[in-house]
Ligand binder design. Structure first.
Ligand code: SF4
Length: 289
């Protein structure tokens, strides 16, 4: 059992296990599920994730605020030399697709939340392509990501209403970054470093959805969250360390979340939601009052 990153790392080091294996053992102990059941459930999760990131068709979303972004970026990438190149663009396309899929009531895996549900699948599937990983390795990446999510939930929050978007999109990026590191053959310490870097990159990010709907700015925060995960993983894999460790970073994120004014925590009363455009769109969705 582990309650924080220090305990997780200690268990990995003492037993010479990757994070994914410690997560499996913890799940067996706490739920009495078998290893096969845990892996099989994660395969189902991966299936749902893969479908959500490949749905590029422009659909009507709940508020009609977003739509067609993934297809637009895909068309652009296919027709021009791009700044970001192959893997970054593919991850952004996938994250945008999942965000639209979620906003149009498609089936997603809330990892850790519906609003941030494009970040883990987009970065993990794209990373797997680049690293040429098979499905078993991808499942290991997802298990590692879930271990990081458990630590954040136990010690802070993954809810935008409680901790701002840093807690949703930041946690998703941290989870994905740790998973990507394990998929690339990095150490447990590197996974935790990547998670700390990803979370720090968006420390203080508020939750300000226009009209209170998970569309804008959420969709683009999914694409930047996927890129955050990939760059954080790459930094950690190169041997770059995090000055502040993951446990302290989680504590800081939670403390920042608690300091955030309620207007900046999913109430649609601050930030982008109350710009002139945000208010206009909100009136269109909900009416004048
Ligand atoms: S802005 Fe709020 S609702 Fe949108 S993804 Fe971030 S936390 Fe979720």
């Amino acid at each position: 059992m582990y309650n924080n990153a220090k305990e997780l790392l200690k268990e990995c080091m003492e037993k010479n296990l990757p994070i994914s294996e410690v997560v499996i053992n913890d799940e067996i102990d706490s739920t009495a599920a078998t290893r096969e059941e845990i892996v099989s459930r994660m395969k189902n999760v991966l299936d749902v994730m893969k479908k959500s990131i490949s749905d590029m068709e422009a659909k009507e979303t709940m508020g009609g605020i977003i739509g067609g972004e993934a297809q637009k970026l895909d068309d652009y990438v296919k027709s021009k030399k791009t700044i970001c190149g192959g893997s970054i663009n593919r991850a952004m396309i996938r994250a945008l697709a999942a965000a639209q899929h979620n906003a149009s009531m498609g089936r997603i895996c809330a990892a850790p939340t519906a609003g941030s549900s494009g970040i883990i699948p987009a970065s993990i599937v794209t990373g797997a392509e680049e690293l040429e990983c098979d499905e078993d390795v991808i499942i290991r990446g997802l298990l590692t990501a879930s271990g990081i999510g458990k630590i954040i939930i136990q010690n802070a929050t993954v809810s935008g209403a409680e901790g701002g978007c840093q807690a949703e999109c930041g946690s998703a990026a941290a989870m994905a970054a740790a998973g990507l590191v394990e998929m690339a053959g990095g150490t447990p310490k590197m996974s935790l470093t990547a998670a700390a870097i990803a979370l720090k990159n968006v420390m203080g990010l508020i939750c300000d959805p226009i009209a209170g709907l998970v569309e804008s700015p959420c969709s683009k925060r999914n694409s930047s969250g996927a890129v955050n995960a990939m760059t954080s993983a790459e930094l950690a894999l190169s041997g770059i360390t995090s000055v502040v460790d993951f446990d302290e970073t989680v504590e800081a994120m939670y403390s920042v979340g608690r300091m955030m004014h309620p207007n900046l925590r999913e109430t649609a009363l601050g930030g982008i939601a109350v710009t002139e455009t945000g208010i206009e769109l909100s009136k269109k969705v909900h009416g004048e009052n």
